[in-house]
Ligand binder design. Structure first.
Ligand code: PLP
Length: 370
């Protein structure tokens, strides 16, 4: 009997580094940083930024210490201020809203489609003269309908801020996420598919002026290390995390391939019982989460827990219903509210054995009496 079943546990995620080769490569990368001693803005930071920009089809990347900081800095360089509105999805981790809210701008929340991504029709209905940007989130590692969103933003001459925190490596019609917006923001925190060993993020742009401002803003708004042009954060990416990310990137495609095999297995076994997530035509997802939509979701979740299977609800409070945002929140989120009662993220990470995958699928099938 496999360990997972013996211990009666299938964890939702497993962040340990167990692969011997990758572990050694990470330790070697850390040792190199300890040797050169440039703990802040060491050479690995620039190397990582160049590699990231290249992978995402962008000119320039700025490494920062979280996705939330990335979004805040994106808002700052677009000069968002009180009175401005930014339209985003109702369904995301609240970091999406917080980064922008900290600039003083107001979030307006659009509804979602069945694929859990922002609904471009809802975005269209919410545009006003105060709208200064549209911020789609490539939720669960799946690209938004960028074609339609680009048509809308072009018509209204609005910039896109891509929140690609969950979707590094995903593509839409052959183009990588992060290549669509005037600004794209990533998180590489430890839970992400491309993950640092701690917190990390990045902002990607093509415009050298935006790049220059972002670089200053991530270090207290300074140029030449001393002269402060405008108030900023200390949001620099650690050299150690950059060194780690350079190694992680080498294993990324293999990791996504493993997730893909797992999700295909789930699709075969579960598609008749629950609504399974599927890739849209010409799109490639990176499966940050495998989020099904299920009847009797809460009962299913309890049944899985009783059978040692850990699941999550991402994210149980819609952003416009968070205490921080609910007073006077504007937008549309009826469908999001409906789907939120049905959504369940089940384990689908690269460290699962096929026996564990079968066990999860079998337990769900048992629940529905299949
Ligand atoms: C969609 C989305 N946006 C923003 C963030 C914030 O990123 P970070 O946790 O690196 O601040 C996250 C993190 O989980 C996220 O999933």
């Amino acid at each position: 009997m496999i360990t997972a079943i013996k211990q009666n546990i299938v964890p939702f995620l497993d962040l340990r580094v167990t692969d011997a080769e990758q572990r050694q490569a990470l330790l070697d990368a850390v040792a190199r940083v300890l040797d050169h001693g440039r703990m802040i803005m060491g050479p690995e930071v620039t190397q990582w930024e160049n590699e990231l920009a290249r992978r995402c089809g962008r000119q320039l990347a700025v490494g920062v210490n979280s996705g939330t900081d990335a979004l805040y800095l994106a808002g700052r360089v677009l000069d968002l201020r009180p009175g401005d509105e930014v339209i985003t999805t109702a369904l995301s981790w609240v970091g999406t809203a917080n980064g922008i809210a900290l600039t003083g701008a107001t979030l307006v929340f659009a509804d979602i489609r069945d694929d859990l991504n922002i609904d471009p029709d809802s975005v269209s209905r919410l545009i006003t003269p105060r709208t200064k940007a549209i911020m789609p989130v490539h939720y669960t590692g799946k690209a938004c309908d960028m074609g339609t969103l680009q048509r809308i933003t072009k018509e209204h001459n609005l910039p896109i801020i891509e929140d690609a925190a969950q979707a590094f490596g995903a593509t839409y019609h052959g183009r990588p996420v992060g290549s669509f917006g005037r600004i794209a923001c990533f998180s590489m925190n430890a839970m992400k598919v491309l993950a640092a060993c701690g917190e990390a993020g990045a902002v990607l742009v093509d415009d050298p002026y935006l790049h220059q401002r972002l670089t200053a803003l991530r270090y207290n708004g300074t140029i030449n290390r001393e002269t402060c042009l405008e108030p900023g954060l200390n949001a620099r990416l650690d050299t150690l995390q950059a060194a780690i990310l350079l190694v992680r990137l080498r294993y990324f495609d293999e990791l996504v391939e493993k997730r893909r095999i797992i999700t295909q297995k789930y699709e075969e076994k579960l598609a008749k019982l629950v609504k399974t997530p599927r890739e849209a035509e010409n799109c490639r997802d990176v499966w940050y989460t495998y989020t099904i939509q299920a009847d009797r979701r809460d009962e299913l979740r309890a049944y899985l827990a009783a059978n040692g299977i850990e699941t999550k609800i991402h994210h149980p409070i819609l952003m416009p219903e968070q205490p921080a945002y609910r007073d006077g929140a504007r937008g549309e989120w009826k469908h999001a509210k409906h789907l939120l009662k049905r959504m369940l993220s089940i384990p689908a990470h690269e460290k699962m054995t096929m026996e564990q995958v079968d066990y999860v699928a079998k337990t769900i099938r048992n629940f529905y009496g299949a």
